[in-house]
Design a protein. Structure first.
Length: 290
């Protein structure tokens, strides 16, 4: 099988100390594996480390910045971004509308499945016999164009992901704190980038992937950028043969019988109907610090 209309991706470097895109307070050591939460334990502590919890409130990020956090509650001055729950974030393209959600959000730990419809035809080559076509000639296949319809079984996408808290900043930046570094990329729940930022170029309309080892940041791969609200479709193609089984018949002399399927290998090419993987996302403005 082969797939078309690949999802667009971009590889970007990940800066040490940032939580996904940006961290508001000095980074603390985070263990490689966090204990599994106990749904019955209402007193489970916040995932943020003690040093992070004790840090001074406030940060240098502009208002309406959006960031991922490895904690259960947003820090002071931030609030949960409801539209991002169960969705990944994708940068908008040019002046496309921001804050656009696509697809139904994922449930906790869901591996979303999808399938495809099939509607096609293939041709059985025909053969004619010297004889009489009549009521007695049963059990033979008719040659010519044959319709095939159906639906593939739904299968999970298997896309790897991690669930993190997404928060939107509500407070103004603290002027006494050192500004964030030039080149830092930040999502914003806004229609324009704030002062000191410009809309990022390479990431527009693309999923953001951490740069592989020794790779070059900013490389673009896959299909064309996702436009506003687009549900990127793809299809599968199957190529093969249908082999018939020989069937002998007795024919009376005279007349002609035609249009029967020939005993042979009949090639086919099945192309599924376009469908999406169903992975949901939220489109937000992506800005780069100058």
């Amino acid at each position: 099988m082969s797939a078309h209309h690949l999802l667009p991706t971009i590889a970007l470097a990940v800066v040490t100390g940032l939580s996904a895109l940006v961290s508001c307070n000095p980074a603390a050591d985070v263990p490689d594996a966090l204990p599994s939460p106990d749904a019955s334990d209402e007193t489970q502590p916040d995932l943020a480390q003690p040093a992070d919890m004790a840090a001074a409130t406030g940060d240098s990020l502009p208002k309406h910045a959006v960031a991922f956090f490895q904690r259960k509650t947003c820090p002071t001055g931030w609030q949960p971004l409801a539209k991002a729950a169960g969705r990944t974030l994708v940068p908008t393209v040019d002046k496309d509308p921001s804050d656009v959600s696509v697809g139904d959000p994922l449930a906790d730990g869901e591996d979303r499945a999808h399938g495809h419809s099939i509607k096609t035809t293939f041709d059985l080559s025909t053969v004619s016999y010297a004889g009489i076509a009549g009521e007695a000639n049963h059990g033979l296949a008719r040659g010519g164009s044959q319709a095939i319809t159906g639906t593939t079984s739904a299968a999970p996408s298997g896309l790897p992901y991690v669930q993190l808290l997404v928060c939107s900043k509500q407070d103004e930046p603290s002027p006494q704190l050192r500004p964030i570094a030039a080149g830092t990329l930040v999502f914003f729940q806004a229609s324009d980038c704030p002062q000191g930022f410009v809309q990022a170029g390479a990431s527009q309309g693309r999923l953001i992937i951490g740069t592989p080892e020794l790779a070059t940041p900013g490389q673009k791969f896959g299909g064309a950028p996702l436009r506003s609200g687009e549900k990127r479709g793809h299809r599968h193609i199957t190529i093969g043969n249908i082999t018939t089984k020989s069937q002998g018949i007795a024919l009376a002399s005279g007349g002609g019988a035609s249009g029967y399927a020939k005993d042979a290998k009949h090639p086919y090419r099945i192309e599924t109907v376009d469908d999406t993987s169903g992975f949901p996302y939220l489109q937000l403005l992506h800005c780069q610090k100058q």
